[in-house]
Design a protein around this ligand. Structure first.
Ligand code: TEU
Length: 532
């Protein structure tokens, strides 16, 4: 067996640039701001930084609407800043991957501006135009078709109307994408997180979108033209892909992608088929079962990406843990997640246990939130129910500025930020947390080091224990002669567990030292431990 590729051993940290650190005091995070915090990430134990989009963009969807793939948006800095970031990251022995958003562009991309001019434009087929719209909803709500008055035809967009979908069936478009991808890779970046890449093989006339009929063909071409032979990592965001298909794509001699973001486990607190705004209480049994399937399925071939949160998902403490038991539950969730097999992802602020926010509707900035507010109003939803869903699920929950210290605006900026700072920054910020022996950050550091020193985390198999316990998530990992046991309580009440049959030797990491190992153990609220 050869040595595992570096990305299987890496800890990845996602930066959402608008909200990470502002260096020029305009209220917007930027690249020099990121550079000023690289030592913080290094101290945490991060190996790879995934940077959400920093390309030129009108920021309708905070950069996921790209107007020019080859330049950096002035909000964030310049291409020289980007090169400096890359060097500084590499100098610290870390790597950097960028976001590749090629299912769609901004409506301000030159391709789209040319495309809409007339039906004979050489760029017409870069996008999807039809005379008549079909019955398709965009993911943000409303029709996926918008009429453009210039030629009186409709263009297709699975996200906002300012994010027209690219037509991957058109070879010149694919060639232009490959040129761009190679340009960035030649510049020295270490790979890509690929935005909704499961959508590029769609056939809109057959109404097939995610995991469409041409997905494999185009991924293969992309792999052969851009990725093959390069020492990079690729992770495909694939919300519409089954676990079986995720395995196929990341499996085999020459996997098309190194790993996939799969979303089954983050869709469990919504009513199936009703979309994310129709809330449902999380059933821990379902949650455990989903992870079990993923872990077992990917164990012999394929590879998991371990994440609970990102810039689209609510803050984990507020979602699966408890704000009352903030530190305990933040540590518990991290332990459960990063005790599994796969590549760990940390979303900025998760490592200090940042929480969600509740604001008046006028203070939200996310286009999806604003759009859904109007749509649910029109549907006759009660204002309180709408806001309850928005508090629970708005993407702005995880986009509030990073809480660095107790200074104004949490030390993110000296200028009023583009999105409100969570008012809890006086008691929740990176500076205090790092100096707190009970802090979440020191706990993450320790957990990361533990993971890096014990191959069992990377290699071990996975077996759920206390499988039917509705409030405890527990599993064992076995590798060669060794076994570790990971236990996490999802309860705000003490829970007594009979551990006598497990043959536990000692506690190697825990969020509560006062609980001692015994055959009949009473776990404190949101207790977690790893046992050898
Ligand atoms: O997200 C794709 C996606 O399908 C979802 O995560 C979606 O944004 C969310 O569920 C809506 O509630 C990616 C990006 O991560 C997201 O930020 C972008 O808005 C989207 O693609 C379009 O580029």
């Amino acid at each position: 067996m050869g040595q595992a590729p570096w990305w299987k051993r890496a800890i990845v940290y996602q930066i959402y640039p608008l909200s990470f650190k502002d260096s020029n005091q305009d209220g917007l995070g930027d690249i020099p701001g990121i550079i000023s915090r690289l030592d913080y990430l290094k101290r945490l134990g991060v190996d790879v930084i995934w940077l959400s989009p920093v390309y030129r963009s009108p920021m309708d969807d905070n950069g996921y609407d790209i107007a020019d793939y080859y330049s950096i948006d002035p909000i964030f800095g310049t291409l020289d800043d980007m090169k400096r970031l890359l060097n500084e990251v590499h100098d610290r022995g870390m790597k950097l991957i960028m976001d590749l958003v090629v299912n769609h562009t901004s409506d301000e991309h030159i391709w789209f501006k040319e495309s809409k001019k007339d039906v004979h434009s050489p760029y017409r087929d870069y996008y999807l135009w039809r005379q008549e719209p079909t019955q398709v909803d965009s993911i943000f709500g409303g029709s996926a078709w918008t009429l453009d008055p210039t030629t009186n035809m409709y263009y297709f967009h699975l996200f906002s109307k300012r994010q027209p979908d690219l037509n991957w069936h058109h070879k010149p478009l694919r060639e232009a994408i490959y040129t761009m991808v190679n340009w960035w890779l030649d510049l020295g970046i270490d790979g890509f997180r690929m935005d909704v890449i499961d959508l590029i093989g769609k056939n809109i006339d057959q109404m097939k979108f995610a995991d469409g009929p041409y997905l494999h063909t185009y991924l293969k071409e992309l792999y052969e033209r851009c990725f093959e032979g390069r020492d990079i990592m690729t992770v495909g965001e694939m919300p519409g892909l089954s676990i079986e298909r995720a395995k196929e794509i990341t499996h085999g001699e020459h996997p098309l992608l190194d790993m996939v973001f799969q979303f089954a486990h983050v869709g469990l607190d919504e009513v199936p088929g009703q979309g994310k705004w129709v809330l449902k209480k999380l059933d821990l049994l379902e949650f455990k079962h989903t992870f079990e399937t993923l872990q077992k399925m990917m164990h012999d071939g394929g590879w998991n990406s371990l994440f609970l949160s990102n810039h689209d998902q609510p803050r984990v403490v507020s979602r699966y843990g408890s704000e009352l038991y903030r530190k305990a539950s933040a540590k518990m969730l991290a332990t459960i997640l990063y005790g599994m097999q796969g590549t760990p992802y940390i979303y900025q602020g998760e490592e200090i246990g940042m929480t969600g926010i509740q604001m008046p509707i006028k203070d939200y900035r996310d286009l999806e939130t604003k759009q859904i507010y109007d749509i649910l109003k029109q549907k006759g939803w009660d204002e309180r129910d709408i806001m309850r869903s928005i508090y629970a699920k708005s993407r702005d929950n995880s986009r509030t500025p990073f809480q660095w210290n107790r200074k104004d605006y949490a030390g993110f900026s000296t200028h009023e930020p583009w999105l409100s700072v969570n008012p809890n920054y006086l008691s929740l910020n990176a500076e205090d947390d790092q100096n707190d022996p009970e802090g979440v950050f020191p706990y993450y550091q320790k957990l990361i080091q533990l993971r890096k020193t014990h191959p069992i985390f990377d290699e071990g198999d996975f077996m759920l224990i206390f499988k039917d316990h509705p409030l405890v998530f527990a599993y064992q990992r076995k590798y060669q002669e060794k076994t570790i046991t990971v236990i996490g309580s999802f309860s705000d009440q003490p829970i007594t567990l009979d551990l006598s049959s497990l043959n536990l030797k000692q506690i190697i990491q825990t969020n509560d030292e006062t609980v001692t190992l015994s055959p009949l153990m009473t776990l404190s609220p949101y207790y977690t431990a790893i046992f050898s």
